[in-house]
Design a protein around this ligand. Structure first.
Ligand code: EPZ
Length: 419
């Protein structure tokens, strides 16, 4: 596929109404989980993004029958005949390793190449290995492949050293195929963990406590196929809210879950943005210069690391000095150099960025170094003077459904052009 870039003419105010797509990080856990059913599942409200297409290719390579049209996917797992997804696909995304516990449950063995995904720092898998091992699997990661097998999976108590999203998902997915009860302590509480639990329960599993730090899973298959609608994307919602605030806009985001957005909404209110929430909509309006704030990323319900980058872009032009502390990933400030090329004044010391708000950014050529860095470049381009060119659009397409199209419909002067 030819490389593409975004051209943004900054300064246009975003106005109007826009619907948010289904959640990426929920989708990439729920689609592999559908393989655990003894009959087909239909999953609705899926985002049409590159990560979902890569997963479809992986499921087909494993023998599943998959149809995807609009936002609806039908997965027939009854023809799955392989426990080893191809490396060239698995390495394209982080969530490919969710196939390891799923295939382990089906075949009692799996060979899944080490996952890829955004380059944002250390992305260890020791807690996943711990969870699966405690449940009776032998896991070996020599040679860049997660090799896992078991004679019998039995529920256990698993204390996670950190509330890792990936380890929580992988331990839940192993536990539903184990006999007996598994208890995960210090589990991640993200909305997509709850969504995965709800999907598994709709297939006949018994997962309790998701959304708190203790999850109890009474294992035991068979599970059956299910018809399920996934949650809206928390990070797309937040990106649109930040973009609206950055342009002094007046935007209503529909199909969202406002309670998932509390950490961001609180920070935007502190900056002087007007926010109104009602049922599934969030109304964001701003005018005038916003105030500097401090932000610390944390697991849910704290401020999400995935919004740290677009939020920093907004803070580059807020009045005063802001402090952004990144507590989840150890290398999620690489994109700061790109913002500096547009005139931002940012000093990074270890995991903290100190941002001195400037009057304006000026458009230039920048690169999206990863998915959410891409969102940051878009926010910067929207609020900058003049023209911004963003390369590395493939990163953005991995995780946002038609973000350029959605912003364009709100009045942004954004075009997708060949590199
Ligand atoms: C998930 O990544 C998301 N990805 C990320 O979204 C998100 O940034 C992250 O959770 C945090 O919310 C998916 O859901 C597919 P973690 P994940 O395991 O599961 C350390 C995006 O932009 N850790 O919670 O990889 C790890 O090194 C993406 O949409 C261990 O030490 O995140 C990291 O510092 C990017 N050992 C921290 O925990 C482990 O075994 C958080 O990792 C696992 C993790």
């Amino acid at each position: 596929m030819a490389e593409e870039k975004f051209l943004i003419h900054g300064g246009a105010r975003l106005e109007g109404q826009i619907a948010v797509s289904g959640g990426k990080n929920a989708a990439v856990a729920i689609i592999p989980a559908a393989l655990l059913g003894s009959s087909p599942s239909v999953i609705e409200n899926l985002p049409d993004i590159e990560d979902v297409h890569v997963l479809i290719d992986m499921l087909r390579a494993l023998g599943a029958k998959v149809e995807f049209s609009g936002s609806v996917m039908r997965v027939d797992p009854t023809t799955v005949d392989s426990y080893a997804p191809p490396a060239r696909l698995a390495q394209k995304m982080r969530a490919s390793y969710y196939l390891a516990p799923v295939l382990l449950g089906i075949f009692m063995r799996a060979e899944v190449p080490m996952p890829g995904g955004c380059n944002i720092g250390t992305r260890a898998i020791d807690q996943t290995v711990k969870g699966m091992t405690l449940l009776g699997a032998q896991v070996d990661t020599i040679g860049g492949v997660i090799n896992v097998k078991s004679d019998s999976l039995v529920g256990a108590e698993v204390y996670l050293d950190c509330p890792s999203v990936g380890a929580t998902v992988n331990t839940m997915l192993t536990a539903v195929s184990a006999s007996g009860t598994t208890i995960i302590y210090n589990a991640a509480k993200e909305p997509h963990i709850v969504d995965l639990a709800n999907f598994l329960n709709s297939m006949g599993a018994r997962v309790m406590g998701a959304g708190t730090s203790i999850i109890r899973i009474r294992g035991g298959r068979p599970l059956h196929g299910s018809n399920y609608t996934i949650i809206p994307d928390q990070i797309e919602t937040g990106t649109l809210m930040i973009a609206a605030a950055a342009t002094g806009g007046d935007v209503i985001i529909t199909g969202a879950i406002p309670t998932h957005m509390e950490a961001l909404s609180a920070k935007l209110l502190e900056m002087g943005v007007y926010i109104r929430e009602e049922d599934d909509l969030i109304h964001v309006r701003s005018n005038g210069r916003l105030r500097a704030i401090s932000v610390k990323t944390q697991g849910y319900p704290g401020f999400p690391t995935d919004l740290q980058q677009p939020m920093t872009a907004l803070l580059t032009v807020s009045a005063g000095s802001s402090v952004v502390t990144e507590n989840i990933f150890d290398s999620r400030f690489k994109y700061v150099a790109e913002l500096e090329r547009m005139g931002a004044r940012i000093r990074v010391i270890d995991n903290t960025a100190i941002i001195e708000g400037v009057e304006r950014l000026v458009g230039t050529s920048v690169h999206a170094t990863d998915l959410r860095a891409g969102a940051a470049m878009i926010v910067a381009g929207l609020l900058a003077e003049g023209e911004t060119t963003i390369s590395g659009v493939a990163h953005i397409d991995r995780g946002y459904e038609g973000l350029d199209r959605k912003l364009h419909s709100l009045g942004a002067l954004i075009e997708r052009v060949p590199e």
